[in-house]
Design a protein around this ligand. Structure first.
Ligand SMILES: CCCCCCCCCCCCCC(=O)OC[C@@H](O)COP(=O)(O)OC[C@@H](O)CO
Length: 216
């Protein structure tokens, strides 16, 4: 055993996002209403942007509130520009759906288990109020300036270029409460936490009535 082993093993970042292997097939197009090159609109520095916490059961479009009853939730962030009078949704999720991020493929022509587990940020205009509020949460958690939003947008682009792989599993040393976290998950809720953390480090005051839960 390596006595200098650091736990949890740090999430591995890369210097660029590779083109996904053509073997990987998406059941649904990724970020269909977002800007194709992932651009995020530039706000006037003096604009007032409301920030919303969004949460809904995973696969609500297919199974309604079912997965929500098991606390399997998808997290996202909503923005509303006072000056533009427009709403936006920002979320991070799988390019090839959850199954591909949870289980690898065994391909005859490749040696190791083959993964189709890229995840990425998606930013698009509009907030689907019903989707988020009917079985989950749509809650205003604060306001930021247009300048803070623009800084966040730059940070999201960098985060998205280096944090490429979705990790469903949280791996711990044993089932006990004081077990050692060996590998943390890297999913939609982690992105929301990273973004909240970034915004508060930039001076934003965000407060929610309830915690954004990690899955697992
Ligand atoms: C077949 C796989 C079984 C896996 C069992 C383990 C479940 C672990 C669930 C973790 C989910 C954590 C939240 C997350 O990352 O959600 C992202 C994505 O799965 C949400 O998908 P969606 O279709 O509900 O929402 C995407 C939609 O908002 C796109 O606009």
């Amino acid at each position: 055993v390596n006595i200098n082993q650091q736990w949890p093993v740090p999430y591995r970042r890369f210097d660029h996002r590779p083109v996904a292997d053509s073997y990987c097939e998406a059941m649904f197009p990724f970020c269909p209403t977002g800007n194709m090159d992932g651009m995020i609109p530039y706000m006037n520095n003096w604009d007032v942007i409301s920030v919303f916490r969004l949460q809904a059961p995973v696969w609500e479009f297919k199974y309604g509130s079912l997965l929500g009853k098991m606390h399997i939730m998808h997290d996202a962030i909503g923005f509303s520009s006072a000056e533009r009078g427009k709403n936006y949704t920002m979320e991070w999720y799988e390019l090839f759906q959850l199954g591909n991020c949870t289980f690898p493929h065994l391909r005859t022509e490749t040696s190791a288990p083959f993964w189709c587990n890229q995840g990425a940020a998606c930013f698009f205009e509009g907030i689907d109020d019903i989707h988020w509020s009917q079985n989950g949460t749509l809650e205003k958690i604060g306001e930021i300036s247009g300048g803070q939003f623009n800084d966040m947008a730059k940070w999201v682009q960098q985060d998205n270029q280096t944090g490429i792989y979705y990790e469903t599993w949280t791996v711990r040393s044993d089932p006990s409460p004081n077990s050692t976290l060996w590998f943390d998950s890297y999913d939609c809720s982690q992105f929301v936490h990273r973004t909240y953390r970034y915004l508060t480090q930039q001076g934003a005051l965000l407060s929610s009535r309830s915690q954004t839960r990690f899955f697992g």
